[in-house]
Each structure stands twice: as structure tokens, then as C-alpha cells.
Design a protein around this ligand. Sequence first.
Ligand SMILES: [Zn+2]
Length: 206
Amino acid sequence: VASLGPSVMQRLVQAFTRLPGVGEKTALRFTLHLLGDQKPAMEALSLALSEACARLSPCERCGNIAEVDSEGGATCSICADDRRDPRQLCVVARVQDLMAIERSGAMRGRYFVLGRLLSPLDGVGPEELPLTRLQRQLEIPGVEELVIATPPSVEGEATALHLAREFGGRVRVTRIASGIPHGGDLEFADPITLGRAMAGRRTLDG
Ligand SMILES: [Zn+2]
């Protein structure tokens, strides 16, 4: 990118290339667009980014996005909501999946975001999963059911079985029904399909 003008500009182009799906060409297009006559848009973007950087953090309980409070802690709006059903804890792979299930309205309990799935081929073993943090959430009085909503992929199924083996003795472990195509993304499943998958969940034996 040496030919791409001043180094301040190069740094901006480079920063954009870190976003998923953004190559150098697109990054350059974003940069030139903002530098065109988009000063207010650039200021708004800059402010939103620095605010997000300073004030957003993973929820200490579930891993959802949360706002940092005055004591430096972070509890998301779902964990803080005492109208949620304390009996259910729904395990998802990613925050996008949590948001998709929330949109469907099919989960009244709380969530736990794993952040990753078991993938022996990529060297991701059980020790890479946040099992201690998950166990702490399961130990909260009143939790009766662990609803596993990992995606219907090889990694998602392997993770579900591992969680059933790990926690099956302590709580009822259920797996959402299929309906979402194998290898499909929860994020892109429609609310009705997700609602059916949640309603049709089955007990997993560890
Ligand atoms: Zn939370």
C-alpha cells in the first residue's frame, strides 16, 4: 500500500481491511468516500467507535455485548432482567445466534455465549471452551435446563454432545430440534423456524 498516499490514510485503509469481507479495494473505497465530503459521517463514525471501545464489553455472566457500568463491571440487559425465566440457560456459539433467537421470541430464559465450538481438526479441544464460566452460570439457584442451541454442523453437534456429557448429571440437557439445515447458520434462520426448533427440543443423554 506504499502507493496509497500519506501514511495516515494508509493506516485507515489498513484498519478497514481488518473487517470481515473487506479487502484492500473496498477499504480504499471506504477511505476515499469518507475523505470526499463526508467529514460529519467520519466524525460520527470516529465517535461511535471510540465510545464502543470504551464502554462496550462482553457480559461477565453470559458473554453477550454489555455496557460497562460505573464500577467497571458489565452485565447485559438480558442477565439484568429479572423477568427472564431463571430455569433455562440457552447455550449458543456466537452473539449473532443469541440475537437471532431473541428476535424469534422463543427463549424466555437466559443465555451463555461459548465464543467457539469444538473442532478437533483445527485443534480446538474441550479445554478451549469456557466450561468453568458455564458451570458457574449453571450453579445459579433455579437453573434446571441447559438448552443447547449450537448450529447443526459437525462442530456444533460435537460441542452439544460434549456439553451433555459434562453437565448432564447436574441439569436436564436439551438440544434444539433440527429444521435448520445441516451446516446452516442460526443467524440466518427465520424466527418461525427458530421457534419450532426451540419448541421441538429433545433431551440429550450424555
Ligand atoms: Zn449477560
